[in-house]
Design a protein around this ligand. Structure first.
Ligand SMILES: Cc1ncc(COP(=O)(O)O)c(C=O)c1O
Length: 458
């Protein structure tokens, strides 16, 4: 029997990433308030937010400074746009700050309101850039199987997950997907991580040669894959991939929407994983998710091409009403100030060994085949047989069941395709809370094992 609020929800809302028919029976988990890493449902039950919302609430749930930054900006100038040369202080200051902290030299910042809009803009900018350079055929963009880049038409096309394509008539033309860098699943018998990375780089090179280097414009990758399974690539993966990109004059786009702003123990994931991208997408922790904001960080080379093209056409014909929204920008400025002042990134580095030790210890659990991460992000995979890595029938939804047991224990985690589970707590989590998180997770996995046994799943 659903509560009154739950019934109203079911009768009014479409929920993203939800089995809409089954949801009519189960109803929502309605959350009411949050404090630090804790969120509380309408009954007052506390949960550790083990996913920082959707990989985003880095500073937790009750940061007054961020609320006050928004309030003050709302009183002063709640809205102005950046169209036709209009501007305002918060957007200028934030862009300056982003240029200062970016992991590679950045010339200009283009603001969006989400990660999807940032990646959609990346696609258009790559096309615009190559038109400016007189290379109208160099338009294909290579993404990766299981990569996640959002859901708008171009971004969902970059995303390499079946659920984002099936029956949405995607991907669009000129988007290709190369191999996923998941050693646990993708390596051949006896193939080490280094050899696997070499094979993936040659897969990419073969794809570029097959398509014709003159037609391949860019490659996009997250440092650590998030929604595709919280997957850590082999150590030498990016250096090897970048050597191929450089050889064929292919731009490298880093999607830092999850890894940006400290998640991996560096301000940017690119630094942690030895990536030297040409352009970068950011969002989420840019405002600790207190306001929707994203951006594309553009290098000088691309900016020069944009200058030429807009001179030719008469305008740079792209932009959103909320590009550089003053309230979102003010919150982002405050967020970056707090990261610096509170030494959030250094503290992630200090807490990461404890987090990663408890994570990898889960490989001792009978259900967990792989448990791996970097900094304060981790992914694990439930398997039916650890020796052969055989999985349970996906229809049985074993990882989804584990998420339900975790919820009963007062822990929010997320199941992903392939019976994987992600962990991505707010960066402010304390060492004690890390232990509580893993204690609850272990209990949830034990209950999942009991359920699997009772159901005779094999
Ligand atoms: C790596 C990555 N890129 C892009 C996106 C899309 O961002 P948004 O949901 O803000 O459109 C996400 C969202 O989870 C993401 O994880």
């Amino acid at each position: 029997m659903l509560s009154n609020l739950a019934t109203r929800d079911v009768e009014t809302l479409i929920h993203p990433y939800t089995q809409l028919a089954a949801f009519r029976e189960t109803g929502p988990l309605v959350l009411e308030r949050g404090d630090g890493v804790w969120v509380y449902d309408v009954e007052g039950k506390p949960y550790i937010e083990g996913m920082a919302g959707l990989w985003c609430t880095s500073l937790g749930y009750s940061n007054r400074e961020l609320a006050e930054a928004a309030y003050e900006q709302m009183l002063k100038l709640p809205f102005q746009h950046l169209f036709s040369g209009r501007s305002h202080d918060p957007a200028i200051e934030l862009a300056e700050k982003l240029k200062e902290i970016a992991p590679v030299p950045i010339s200009k910042v283009f603001f969006t309101s989400s990660g999807s809009e940032a990646n959609d803009s990346q696609v258009k900018l790559v096309w615009y850039y190559n038109n400016a350079l007189g290379r109208p055929n160099k338009k294909k963009i290579i993404a990766r199987i299981k990569g996640y880049h959002g859901v708008t038409v171009a971004s969902a096309s970059l995303t390499g997950l079946p659920a984002n394509h099936t029956d949405f008539d995607l991907p669009i033309a000129n988007i290709l997907h190369t191999t996923c860098p998941h050693h646990y699943r993708g390596a051949h018998e006896g193939e080490g991580e280094e050899e696997y990375a070499t094979r993936l780089a040659s897969d990419l090179e073969e794809m570029i040669l097959r398509e014709g280097p003159d037609t391949v414009a860019a490659f996009i990758a997250e440092p650590i894959m998030g929604a595709g399974g919280a997957i850590v690539p082999p150590a030498t993966y990016f250096p090897k991939i970048q050597a191929v990109l450089a050889k064929y004059d292919v731009l490298f786009i880093a999607d830092e929407v999850i890894c940006g702003f400290g998640r991996l123990g560096e301000m940017f994931g690119s630094t942690a994983l030895e990536m030297q991208p040409d352009t970068i997408s950011i969002a989420k922790a840019l405002t600790s998710a207190y306001m929707p904001l994203g951006a594309v960080l553009i290098n000088e080379d691309m900016y020069q091409a944009m200058l030429d093209e807009s001179r030719k056409i008469g305008t740079f014909g792209h932009g959103f009403t909320y590009s550089g929204h003053p309230v979102a920008s003010a919150v982002a400025i405050k967020t970056l100030e707090i990261y610096e002042r509170e030494k959030i990134v250094e503290k992630v580095r200090e807490k990461a060994p404890q987090f990663q030790k408890r994570l990898s210890a889960l490989e001792d659990h009978p259900l967990i085949g792989e448990a791996r991460g970097v900094g304060l992000i981790g992914g694990m995979e439930i398997v039916a047989d650890k020796q052969t890595k055989r999985q349970y029938d996906p229809k049985k939804g074993v990882a989804a069941k584990a998420v339900t047991f975790a919820q009963a224990e007062g822990l929010i985690i997320r199941s992903l395709m392939g019976d994987r589970i992600a962990l991505c707590p707010p960066l402010i989590i304390t060492p004690e809370e890390i232990d509580t998180l893993f204690d609850r997770l272990e209990r949830a996995l034990d209950k999942t094992l009991d359920w699997v046994t009772a159901e005779k799943l094999s």
